[in-house]
Design a protein around this ligand. Structure first.
Ligand SMILES: [Zn+2]
Ligand SMILES: [Zn+2]
Length: 244
């Protein structure tokens, strides 16, 4: 039997950390887990009716799936990905969970977040062959110590057995901070050349981009566009939450 020393060490390290810093729910601050079952059950879910492509809530019946597919925004300026899904709306405990993972170094919360994403994926069933975390720039990754999207992808991979494809896509620069109100073309232009394909590997089949939050979809679009331009794909996207 092959003993995976690094995973044994990581379990031991996690147990040590749990003793020093007992897990505490990011939603209600109760002890016992990073996200308690109550907060998880009451988190705002990204429920249909939504656009089958970008998963934005459908505002009027004229925009809905009944009207023949994608929302007006997707029809006006199509995304390079086939479709995006997420289990939650970026609000309440879902927002706290993302903040804990991204800014407070609570990497262990990725496990429970990925479980919700795996359930969403089971229901959705896109025809994907590999998971591809949205990359960070090298500097950002070093300062945070890890890439939160990669954490989610690795936990997701443990749950559904899909391989994690790293090293294909790299991030050349971070997006400039920009106002929430920035319009769609401005958002897309801001990240348009932020990614690059590092090397052409053997065909990997349809890819699932993994990220923590989808805001306008511009980042996922830029990743998908870069991948498609290099002959990869089709590309789907799964995030933990989205801003409605
Ligand atoms: Zn809680
Ligand atoms: Zn849409």
């Amino acid at each position: 039997m092959r003993v995976d020393v690094s995973s044994l060490l990581s379990v031991a390290w996690r147990r040590t950390l749990d003793m020093v810093f007992p897990p505490r729910c990011v939603g209600c601050r109760s002890f016992g887990s990073f996200l308690c079952s109550h907060c998880l059950a009451t988190m705002p879910r990204a429920q249909p009716p939504r656009c089958p492509v970008c998963w934005m809530p459908v505002l009027s019946p004229a925009e809905g799936p009944g009207a023949g597919g994608a929302c007006r925004r997707c029809r006006r300026q199509p995304f390079a990905f086939e479709a995006a899904r997420c289990p939650f709306i970026y609000d309440g405990a879902a927002r706290e969970a993302v903040h804990a993972l991204k800014y407070q170094g609570v990497s262990a919360i990725a496990e429970v977040m990925a479980r919700a994403m795996a359930e969403c994926l089971d229901e959705w069933k896109p025809p994907v062959a590999a998971l591809l975390p949205v990359p960070l720039t090298g500097a950002r990754r070093r300062s945070r110590g890890y890439n939160q999207s990669e954490m989610l992808a690795r936990e997701l991979s443990r749950l559904n057995g899909l391989p994690v494809a790293t090293g294909i896509l790299v991030r050349r620069r971070a997006a400039q901070p920009q106002a929430r109100a920035a319009d769609e073309p401005a958002r897309r232009a801001n990240v348009a050349d932020a990614f690059a394909v590092r090397r052409r590997s053997s065909p990997v089949g349809p890819l699932l981009l993994v990220d923590d939050v989808m805001t306008s979809g511009a980042t996922l679009d830029a990743c998908a566009r870069t991948l498609r331009g290099a002959g990869y794909g089709p590309v789907y996207a799964l995030t933990f939450a989205r801003e409605d």
